[in-house]
Design a protein around this ligand. Sequence first.
Ligand code: XUL
Length: 525
Amino acid sequence: MAKLFLGLDSSTQSLSAVVIDLDARKVVYEQSLNFDRALPHYKTKNGVLPNRDPLVKHSPPLMWAEALDVVFGQMKKDGVPLGKILAVSGSGQQHGSVYLNDRAAAVLENLDPQKSLVENLHGVFSRKTSPIWMDSSTAKECAEIRKKLDGIKFTASRTGSDTFERFTGPQIRKFYKTEPKAYEKTAGIALVSSFMASLLAGKIAPIDFGDGAGMNLMDIRRKNWNHDALKATAPSLVKKLPLLAESGRAIGPVSSYFVQKFGLNPEALATVWTGDNPASVIGLGLIKPGQAAISLGTSDTFFGTMEQCHTDENGEGHVFGSPAGGYMTLICFKNGSLAREKIRDLYKISDWKKFGELVAQTPPGNNGGILLPWFEAEIVPRVNQPGVHRFDLDEKNAAANCRAIFEAQMMSMRLHSQWMQVAPKQIFATGGASNDLSLLQVMADVMNCRVLRIEVSKSAALGASLMAAHGWLANTGKEMNWEKLTAGFSKPVPNSEIRPDKKAAKIYGGLLEKYAGCECEALDN
Ligand code: XUL
């Protein structure tokens, strides 16, 4: 009998489902439901509720629950053999939080299949809307918590990250300060991931070590709640938080709601969910320490795996638990594709092919020319005042500026990932701009390691389905190591390997110091 596992990903704009056949090493079903289009009555834009304050970004948790009903209904309609699914896991957009009152636990245990999830959940929230990762309204709370935890270095070494506006702890503190009565009535705080897992399991689900690390509340090394962080955040918080557990671990059989309503296998295991980034790390096959991926998207993201926990003294990068054990890091550079587009448009370059050709026409190291492309306030390094800075670079030279922007982005990644103390052995490149070979050559040369292109559709939901498989195998005494489990699911694009050019790599090794100096100079001004 085929071993089928379901992975769900509740992201900002959509809920996706992936079903894998483990023995055949294949994705056998994929679906995605866009919140704005499928559930317009919530009036969200890109999954977010409108708000007069541009810093406040909330979403309705009922929308996520309704999406689960719709996605299961669609899977049934599409003939997905739900009766044969062995386990379900999932991932959620990180940091977002759901506030439940003291009725929630009982309601979850008795979900009525004659009603919809929305009808069942009526009256279980102590806060109607959920702050999500795009919210940046908690600068004050971040400063307050950071101060109580003795500054950036110690906040990061205890919880894995410095305090960030989107992180759950500062969001909880703001709720406690602005709505103390509603905070008091809150019996349980869930993350998006653990809320969705709770619906599947029919009971309050644990938070996992991956998503838990995005809260500024979990001790990153001991993997339990950090009492100093809890105390610095809000009173009586420990009573409101669920247990912490490994992602993919069995919670119990799925709620009978899904069995009776959609024909889900009554013995299917509901397992602990994680955040979308930790799940993507599994979906991309980043299992071994020293593996890394660079996603060239709207923002550029560097993902890496680490065996030992090292945290960033400067508080720029994040450390989360990896679903495969050990740790993962996430470093987000805001000026990614948007900055590259700005340069493309500035020099009236017709398309990306032409952009790549111009890069290829210029020498590695750009004769020492450096561009700092902070078109927008930057996360890494922290730049509050946007600005574009050129050093030994002629503004009129289009080709040199095309090379300079990508070299700077890669040198910044190399410089600001050094705290991990793991030099990547190979990098998977993904996202729109990874199609361009001249850019990937710069990546390989600056990082001084081989680069392979990888394109995985729905990497978070795929990672979640693999977590479900891992949890089910462990639960049935047939534990399989992660390397074997994920083999064949995320393959690099054939013939896409690019090796560093020794000469070019040497040039960048030398240039890195100059680049760091330019950053310091620009930041000082
Ligand atoms: C990570 C983060 C985002 C969300 C997106 O820290 O905030 O990547 O997880 O869903």
